[in-house]
Design a protein. Structure first.
Lengths: 182, 452, 970
């Protein structure tokens, strides 16, 4: 990581854009110019942003599926084991284990674990919770959760140079282009 | 109020506010200093909540005998209230999940609100299964852990155990869903916070969210998954609650129609409660341009539809009872309509089947006073539906020698009132401290409109 | 006997000097010491152990002997059984009492005893509770202040020195059946020749003896052989209910109603009565009649039978044809029929009954005569009143009973008592009479005192105590001995001396021990007497014609709960529903639906009843099948000076009750008060709604199609979708209840309550529908409300093989034992009540509140140590007396033998006088229960639900007279 003007390691540079459309245009342009490590902070999920940044589809679905199956089979196992191995009781003259009566519990456990996987996975992949992030240093970051759109060029991209990056942002209509220190 | 424009989207947000305006309106409610009216309301509901606590204390120290329950009516207000509240708790997740999957844009301004209501309703509901047992200090035996003498387990054949799983799962998943939805808005509040305290609290609650494109990528997937999971869940919960009755052999309970009938009823009552509260809230906080007549009208339409399903169920029950040729079944239903509790039955029919018919007429469907009155009626009617199912079936079953009557005690009545106190108290806290409309989603919808 | 060794095991307790001195004392001054502390309990228990041994140092150890098994190798924790008797209105019934560590806990009938034959009545069952009643009086009272036996003794000695030959000395005792007491009575009257002694019972049977005097010229006791009678006509005699003098009557009657194959026969019962009694419910033909119509009907019958053609024709509404048909039926069964009249009937009716029996050749076969076991003389109370009026009454001694409460109203007994300068009252509680007496002496309970008694047929028994007097009570014999200045004073000595004197010197002690052990004294039954009817007198006699135009007649009934008021403080009895009305904790004025309509009354309306210038207030209850134009008043309620349980419960009817031949006939005025009174009934709905619950057929139908029971049920054969659990191994318990034998008495209900520590909940809880009885006696009316028939169905847990309650219990607190019992694990139950909701028989009982709260230690002594006392918030129900099953299984195992069929008796089965309940092993094809399950009459209640109940019922049969069908329909 190269040193910035202030000498301290920098995370990247960021500028604020008026609306989603301009943000997207800027992103496409930067990608064309060869910037790989780009990010944007937006107040709502902007349609087409994933494509513009070339992000892969989130793998959370698979996690949820796995957890769901685990939940269901775990529930069936629990009901079979407690009912016919651990403590078999004659109840209403019925069999010790039957699939029919085991369905509700199995279903509920499947849903529960799958949901945990989805949310837990989302937080994990997003590296949340965290209390600090360099992008917070941007003077207008607060507006990014309100009505402005922040474009960030991260420093670990190829041929990154703060000055040129700032220039690029300004040229694409970004205001308040600033260097973000780590 | 501005004129209602023609297209659906515009009807969902009036007067083309800017993104900042949306933020200001919604966040403003939380940031403004507490209005007097809020304190007044809070005092009222808070004291009702204390009444609830007092009643539960009396119950636990003295015994179920303080209620009117008896033999043969082993369940009465307790389980009636439980089913009632669980039912209320269905609208939220339904709106958030199912309407989300169906890409119903109009859900956006009401889903947060409805989800919160769901959580609070489930909280109220959870009280009753815990406290209706004779020995509440042993209620934890209901949970699937080896207890008492180490290797004793619950009886997984019992619908009550299914309830435990269904309700706790539903509560947990609804909470996750609601919270995940809140994260971006909490970040907004964090960024707008003036005082250090607010910065810290909202900062912690928002988990360091910064609206990064990568966040949104996983976030949207997670939200989609939760919606997908909640949809069958919300349908399963009331089905399983209905198993409490359907799985028994009691005439009037032992009915295969119960699962769909209960789910429809739950949505019905849930929407009624949303309308009741929403009508008040949008007036109180001046949200008319975000929660528009379009929203209310759509909800009224849903109420009309589910009301018809419920009415159909009432009818079919009688037909099947007659068609089955089972004398006990036949008696149970004749007794329902003409027996000592017929008054409750006809209140139910009047409020649940007749009242919603008003929504056929656009003028009533879009009249705030009308929908408010009808939604209240439906709330009452749905409580009585559960009362009728439980008490009128139990009080006269197989052996006439064992028949009896149930009369509520003052404790029964105050406990019910108290549960409303708790519900409303939680609600007041919610509208005071959290954004009651999902800003990010509304903005997203507006942006989409721009794009369109 | 090894009582002393046994005591040694309690040595450490013996060390306590305080305790020793407490035992030495004649009896403790409970009022001061009774703090109900744990220490007191220990003392009481120890005192009762004393019976087994300690008292040996004071009394001969042979004094009590366990029946059934010896004490050798006595194991603490294993119960002992002793034979004794309970005396009611002077008549003894034999009991077998279970004791735990010297603490009586359960009463059964004594199989050796002719009047009980192993059965025990509801009153006997409940006696345990009265024994431990903390409200019993606890010390001698003088003018209401605490005094002592010694002080009384001193006073009496001086007083009776003065009394000289007994001028102005009157004794009023309850009926005396006890030979030893009779002897003391004679001795006392010898010593005080001028003294008068009246035996008085509020429910005395003077009319019956008077009737025999009319018929035969001497007072004789008719003895009935119900098992010999094929046709029985009861003229207002509730001989299966409250007029029953021996449970053995019921057993004998029920045996003639066992029908297991179409070829079997069955007796036929005609009943004429005013109110609806248990006997009326069993009747094949019941005729409701106002009290005044019954003598007329008896007379009608006599004429039909060709007797007393001269008798004046009185037939108020009594259709000739009814009497005709009955007469013809009786004639067809000469020597195999029986006519009996009830104690409420005038002497003339009894005389006619005697005459008819004689004429039909029944005497010596279905009925025979002996000396009366008791002779009460209520009429002589008038002499007492006269003496009091003339100022001649000096000393009034009341030995038991409560005349100030229940003496005939016109006597104003209270005022009469005040006239006596000295009045001494002996009674179990400080009651209305005690309050007026100058001296009150606590009377010992029969389970804590020595004595003797005679059964109806004369058989004598020793009454041996099972525990030392808890509150230091005395017996009538002891008090009489004191008054008579008799050298020996102890109840034991008095009984022992009397009886050993009857026997040859050498054998006396052996016979005494044998009698204690068996509970009966050999060769003491009365010899049979063959009297000749005084026909001329009978011809001349005419049953009293009814008073002209009495628009409302009244009849007075004993109470199934308090009898004559004496059991008012017994919670078990108060809460036991009156069999027909199902009323608890109250009595009411019973009227017919038509009369109610005429007077514009509804059930629960308060009304004032006026008769001969006296008035009372009482709620009315509408009793289907009650005679129109008549009111039945239940006696024994409205006690004012009584324990906490019975005080002010119900309304007192005695103020309207006058003495005299047939007081019932005197007119009554009833007027609505315009206020309601809350009544607590345990059954609010009375019709079966056309459901096949109690299945009933006539004997004819059953003969034509033996499977009629099955035909009455649904045709569909239930099946399961899953593989059912097979109950094949080991014992498989089951029960069969013969609805044709069950007479609906509450004996099983109370036996169950005593055996299983079932709490009482009180009137308010009953009104809420929370009574705890494990066995319910369902009563249904069939037919129109004016004259319906009554059927009974005892319903306890049916022990379903596929129990709906088990499936729904979230914590598996109720599940099945390998022997097919539906077990209830109290300490696992969390009380969701889901099981009760899902029980189609609604036999599960929930502890809505802590019903065992605030009991005094002495009350806890009544608990059966083999059964858990259930806490608040848990479900409970019938267990088939699993504790009894286990006890017998262990015993059989210890003795290395298989269980014998009939060895295990459930509490309800053991006490049932009708032998209607049979319990046993279904895996043993030869067991009685297995055979009954193969009986064509056998069916399961709600079997169509596929619950597979282990309890099943046997079809109820009636045996109507074909000739009468037309009459019934008209």
């Amino acid at each position: 990581m190269r040193g910035g003007p202030a000498g301290s390691p920098i995370y990247g540079v960021a500028a604020e854009f008026e609306d989603a459309a301009r943000l997207l245009d800027a992103l496409h342009e930067l990608r064309r110019r060869g910037y790989q490590r780009l990010d944007a902070c937006t107040p709502f999920p902007v349609h087409g942003l994933q494509e513009a940044l070339g992000l892969r589809r989130s793998p959370l679905g698979w996690a949820a599926l796995a957890a769901g199956l685990a939940g269901a089979s775990g529930a069936l196992l629990l009901q079979w084991w407690t009912g016919s191995v651990a403590y078999p009781l004659v109840i209403g003259g019925k069999p010790f284990f039957a699939l029919e009566v085991s369905v509700p519990v199995a279903f509920e456990l499947a849903v529960l674990l799958a949901s945990f996987a989805a949310v837990g996975g989302m937080l994990a992949l997003n590296g949340l919770p965290r209390l600090y992030h360099p992008s917070l240093r941007h003077s207008r970051f607060g507006r990014a959760s309100d009505d402005r759109f922040l474009l960030i060029i991260e420093s670990d991209g190829p041929q990154f140079q703060p000055e040129r990056a700032l220039e690029a942002l300004r040229s694409l209509g970004g205001r308040q282009a600033e260097v973000l220190e780590e | 109020m501005a004129t209602v424009s023609s297209s659906t989207e515009s009807a969902l947000v009036l007067g083309r506010p800017s993104l900042a305006e949306v933020t200001r309106t919604v966040a403003g409610i939380v940031e403004r200093r507490t209005p007097r009216a809020w304190w007044a309301a809070f005092a009222l509901t808070g004291s009702l909540t204390l009444v609830l606590l007092a009643m539960l204390g009396y119950l636990v120290t003295t015994g179920i005998g303080v209620w009117g329950n008896n033999s043969p009516v082993g369940w009465a207000f307790d389980i009636t209230n439980f089913v009632f509240w669980i039912g209320i708790g269905h609208a939220g997740t339904l709106i958030s999940a199912i309407l989300y999957l169906f890409r119903q844009r109009w859900r956006t301004s009401i889903n947060r609100f409805a989800e919160a209501m769901t959580l609070f309703a489930v909280a109220c509901a959870a009280i009753f299964p815990m406290f209706h047992v004779g020995r509440p200090w042993r209620a934890y035996w209901l949970f699937p852990a080896p207890n008492a003498w180490l290797d004793l387990w619950p009886n997984f054949r019992s619908p009550l155990i299914w309830d435990v799983f269904a309700v706790s799962t539903y509560g947990t998943v609804s909470l996750l869903f609601w919270y995940v939805g809140l994260i971006p808005d909490l970040a907004t509040l964090r960024d707008r916070a003036q005082s250090r305290a607010r910065q810290v609290i909202y900062g912690v609650l928002s988990l360091g969210w910064r609206g990064s494109a990568r966040h949104w990528n996983h976030y949207e997937m997670a939200y989609l998954l939760l919606a997908g999971l909640s949809t069958p869940l919300v349908l399963s919960v009331h089905s399983i609650v209905s198993f409490d009755f359907a799985v028994s052999l009691l005439p009037g309970w032992h009915t295969t129609i119960f699962p769909p009938y209960f789910v429809a009823g739950a949505i019905f009552s849930g929407f009624a409660m949303v309308v009741t509260l929403m009508v008040v809230a949008r007036q109180a906080f001046g949200l008319q341009h975000l929660v528009t007549m379009k929203h209310l009208e759509n909800m009224n339409k849903v109420m009309l539809a589910t009301g018809l399903i419920v009415g159909y169920a009432y009818g079919v029950e009688f037909f099947i009872a007659w068609y089955s040729g089972n004398p006990y079944e036949r008696f149970a239903f004749v007794n329902r309509a003409l027996g000592p509790y017929s008054w409750a039955y006809w209140i139910m029919v009047g409020a649940n089947v007749l009242a919603p018919q008003c929504f056929w007429f656009r003028r009533l469907r879009t009249s705030v006073p009308a929908m408010f009155a009808i939604s209240i009626l439906v709330n009452i009617g749905m409580w009585f539906e559960r009362f009728v199912i439980i008490v009128s079936s139990l009080h006269r079953d197989f052996l006439p020698s064992a028949w009896g009557m149930f009369r509520p005690t003052w404790v029964d009545l105050l406990t019910l009132a108290g549960s409303f106190g708790l519900f409303l108290t939680l609600f007041l806290l919610f509208v005071r401290f959290l954004p009651l409309i999902s800003m990010s989603e509304v903005k997203g919808m507006m942006a989409a409109r721009e794009g369109a | 006997m090894n009582g002393k060794q046994y005591w040694r095991s309690l040595g450490q307790r013996r060390e306590s000097a305080e305790f020793r001195q407490w035992l030495e004392r004649e009896f403790p001054e409970q009022a001061s010491e009774w703090t109900g502390s744990r220490r007191t309990l220990l003392r009481l228990m120890a005192a009762s152990f004393g019976l087994a041994g300690l008292t040996a140092c004071r009394r001969p150890a042979e004094r009590i002997l366990p029946a059934g098994r010896g004490v050798e190798g006595y194991v603490p924790g294993r119960p002992l059984y002793y034979a004794t008797i309970m005396t009611l209105s002077g008549l003894a019934t034999g009991l077998l009492v279970e004791t735990h560590e010297g603490r009586p806990t359960k009463i059964e009938g004594n199989p050796e005893h002719p009047s009980s034959r192993g059965a025990a009545t509801a009153f006997a069952q409940a006696a345990i509770l009265s024994l431990y009643d903390p409200d019993r009086s606890r010390s001698v009272l003088r003018q209401g202040r605490r005094s002592s036996w010694e002080e009384l003794a001193g006073f009496l000695r001086s007083h009776f020195e003065a009394a000289g030959r007994g001028e102005g000395l009157w004794l009023v005792s309850s009926a005396i059946g006890s030979p030893s007491l009779a002897r003391l009575k004679a001795l006392l009257l010898e010593k005080h020749p001028r003294a008068h002694w009246i035996e008085y019972e509020p429910l005395g049977r003077e009319q019956e003896l008077e009737g025999s005097r009319l018929a035969f010229g001497r007072a004789l006791q008719p003895q009935f052989r119900f098992d010999q009678a094929e046709v029985i006509l009861s003229l207002d005699a509730d001989f299966l209910g409250l007029d029953c003098l021996a449970p053995a009557w019921i057993t004998a009657f029920a045996r003639r109603r066992r029908v297991s194959s179409p070829s079997d026969g069955m007796n036929r019962l005609y009943v004429v009565e005013t109110a609806y009694s248990l006997t009326g419910a069993m009747a094949d033909h019941r005729r409701r009649a106002r009290p005044s119509e019954i003598p007329a009907l008896a007379q009608e019958l006599a004429r039909e039978l060709g007797l007393a053609a001269s008798l004046p024709v009185v037939q108020p509404g009594a259709p000739r044809s009814w009497a005709e048909a009955v007469a013809r039926d009786l004639k067809r069964h000469r020597g195999r029929c029986l006519v009996l009249a009830g104690p409420r009937q005038p002497a003339a009716v009894h005389a006619l009954a005697h005459w008819i029996n004689h004429a039909l050749g029944n005497v010596g076969r279905t009925v025979y005569y002996t000396e009366p076991a008791v002779r009460t003389q209520a009429e002589r109370l008038h002499d007492l009143a006269a003496e009091a009026a003339s100022g001649g009454l000096r000393t009034l001694v009341i030995l038991g009973g409560n005349p100030a409460y229940n003496a005939p109203a016109e006597l104003d007994f209270a005022a009469l008592m005040r006239k006596a300068s000295v009045s001494i009252h002996l009674g179990p509680e400080a009651d209305e009479t005690a309050a007026l007496a100058s001296w009150h002496v606590p009377e010992a309970h029969f389970l804590e005192s020595w004595g003797d008694g005679r059964a109806l047929d004369g058989t004598a028994s020793i009454q041996q105590p099972l525990i030392e007097p808890l509150f230091g009570g005395k017996t009538a014999a002891e008090l009489v001995a004191l008054i008579a200045g008799y050298p020996r004073q102890r109840a034991y000595e008095l009984a022992h001396e009397y009886w050993t004197a009857q026997w040859p010197k050498g054998d006396a002690e052996r016979i005494w021990r044998r009698s204690l052990h068996d509970g009966v004294i050999p060769e003491t039954a009365f010899p049979e007497i063959r009297p000749a009817p005084d026909v001329p007198r009978l011809r001349s006699l005419s049953a009293a014609p009814p008073p002209a135009g009495a628009e409302l007649e009244v009849t007075f009934l004993p109470s199934a709960s308090t009898y004559d008021g004496r059991f008012a403080n017994n919670g078990w009895l108060q809460e036991a529903p009156e069999p027909v009305t199902k009323l608890t904790w109250d009595n009411a004025a019973l009227i017919s639906p038509a009369t109610a309509r005429r007077l514009g009354l509804q059930a629960g309306d308060l009304a004032t009843l006026e008769r001969a210038g006296r008035r009372i207030v009482m709620p009315v209850w509408i009793q289907p099948g009650h005679a129109d134009g008549a009111v039945s008043l239940t006696l024994g309620y409205g006690r004012l000076r009584c324990g906490r349980v019975g005080r002010g419960v119900g309304h007192n009817a005695y103020p309207l009750r006058l003495s005299g031949a047939a007081p019932e006939a005197a007119a009554l005025r009833l007027s609505k008060l315009g206020r309601k009174y809350p009544l607590a009934v345990t059954q609010e709905h009375h019709s079966m709604e056309g459901r096949p619950l109690v299945r009933e057929a006539t004997l004819e139908q059953f003969r034509r199609q033996p499977d009629v029971a099955a035909r009455q049920g649904p045709k569909t054969e239930p099946f399961s979708l899953f593989r059912e659990h097979a109950y094949t191994q080991g014992h498989q318990w089951g029960m069969a209840v013969d609805l044709n034998a069950c007479i609906g008495c509450n004996a099983c209900l109370l036996a169950c309550q005593a055996e299983n520590n079932i709490p009482i909940v009180g009137k308010q809880q009953v009104r809420r529908g929370r009574e705890m009885h494990w066995i319910r006696l369902d009563r249904y009316y069939a037919g129109g409300e004016d004259d319906p028939q009554v059927v009974w169905q005892p319903v306890a847990c049916q022990q379903c093989e596929m129990a709906p309650c088990e499936t729904v219990c979230p914590v598996a607190a109720t599940n099945h034992s390998p022997e097919g019992l539906n077990d209830m694990t109290y300490n696992r139950c969390i009380g969701t009540r889901y099981c009760a909701n899902n029980c189609p028989y609604k036999v599960r009982r929930f502890n809505f509140l802590d019903y065992h709260k605030g009991l005094e230690e002495v009350q806890k002594m009544a608990y059966n140590p083999d059964v858990t006392v259930r806490m608040r918030g848990v479900m409970e129900k019938c267990t088939y007396c699993v504790q009894r099953i286990e006890e017998k299984k262990i015993q059989a195992k210890a003795e290395g033998r298989p269980l014998r069929d009939g060895e295990i008796l459930t509490a309800c089965q053991q006490t049932c006088p009708a032998e209607a309940i049979v319990f046993g092993d279904l895996n043993d094809p030869e067991s009685r229960v297995s055979r009954l399950k193969r009986d064509p009459r056998n069916y399961s209640l709600l079997g169509e639900l596929n619950t597979r109940p282990r309890t099943s019922y046997l079809l109820k049969l009636r045996n109507p007279n074909p000739e009468m069908e037309s009459l019934e329909s008209s």
